[in-house]
Design a protein around this ligand. Structure first.
Ligand code: ACO
Length: 278
């Protein structure tokens, strides 16, 4: 395999019925993230983001891992040996695709099938929703090999967990299973590995029925308002809705029409039928 083919093989993906299934694909290295994987993941995100046949993106891992974090050999040791320029470039490549995920056009779901360590928390937080196998193991293992949880992992721990749990998790370097990860807020739900894909598919299908402009506006709003005062958030949300209206003038009117005039659905209980939108 040529170097570029090896790089492409680090990420696998297929699109099926509106869902893009993207996989970390270095199972023999427990899907740890090396520079080629980080570059390839950005290319795959680029390719899928505005495709009409993609409504939801799921990020999973091939084999026994979701991602064992950064590649200690290729991302740290070999890159550091090349000097500061190489270190900064490798950081830009990894942080870059995690940031891209956080603000992705389509809703994203992490399907955490196995190991998830350290740097893996970047894409975990990048995904809007997260579902884990009960058997999965999560850890901020940085402390075990002598660094702090960088690349945003400390921020993510504090963002998602209580102060006490974040501190314990980061200082102790112990793993927690999927159930505990759900209890601590790292993921939405944990369920047996055998049931994981069906549940994620079910959630993705619900999202596929929603108005896509409203989905993007909502996911961005949830991420943005956390750091705003109430009044700033109130103002931001007015502007964000008005901006969304300019992209989708008819969707919400159709949503009101099907409820008030046609009485064909109840917004409190489900979505309007997008296919009837004129
Ligand atoms: N960096 C580099 N290589 C890795 C990494 C990693 N993060 N994780 C696994 N590998 C490699 C192993 O070196 C091994 O390579 P080899 O076959 O050439 O010897 C191969 O992947 C398989 O790993 P094993 O350890 O044999 O797999 P096992 O299933 O027994 O254990 C586990 C899995 C627990 C994930 C273990 O590999 C591990 O502890 N990995 C490191 C996890 C970690 O701490 N990551 C860093 C977080 S901190 C950060 O990301 C900034």
């Amino acid at each position: 395999m040529s170097e570029s083919q090896t790089e492409q093989a680090t990420v696998a993906f297929e699109v099926c019925e509106g869902i893009a299934w993207v996989k970390f694909n270095r199972p023999e290295k427990r899907n740890c993230m090396n520079p080629p994987l980080n570059r390839q993941m950005m290319r795959v995100l680029d390719e899928l983001e505005f495709r009409d046949d993609v409504g939801v993106l799921v990020l999973a891992g091939e084999g026994s891992a979701w991602s064992a974090g950064m590649d200690l050999k290729e991302y740290f040791r070999e890159t550091e040996a090349k000097g500061m320029g190489a270190v900064r470039q490798a950081q830009r490549e990894s942080y870059g695709w995690w940031r891209r995920l956080r603000w992705y056009q389509k809703p994203t779901i992490a399907m955490v099938n196995g190991w998830c360590f350290g740097g893996g928390y970047g894409p975990l937080f990048g995904c809007d929703l997260a579902f884990a196998a009960e058997e999965a193991q999560f850890g901020l293992s940085e402390i075990n090999w002598g660094i702090l949880p960088g690349g945003g992992a400390t921020k993510i721990a504090v963002e998602l967990m209580t102060f006490r749990n974040a501190m314990y998790h980061a200082l102790m370097g112990e793993t927690i299973d999927g159930k505990k990860a759900a209890e601590w807020g790292l993921v939405n739900e944990a369920l047996p590995l055998g049931a994981l894909k069906d549940r994620v598919t079910e959630v993705a299908r619900v999202l596929l029925q929603k108005n896509p402009v409203a989905l993007k506006a909502t996911k961005d709003a949830i991420r943005r308002v956390g750091e705003m005062t109430y009044d700033n958030a109130e103002d931001f949300l007015v502007r964000a809705q008005e901006a969304a209206n300019s992209f989708d003038n008819d969707g919400r009117k159709e949503g009101i029409r099907q409820f008030i005039d046609d009485k064909t659905y109840k917004p409190g209980l489900g979505s309007y039928d997008k296919s009837k939108q004129k």
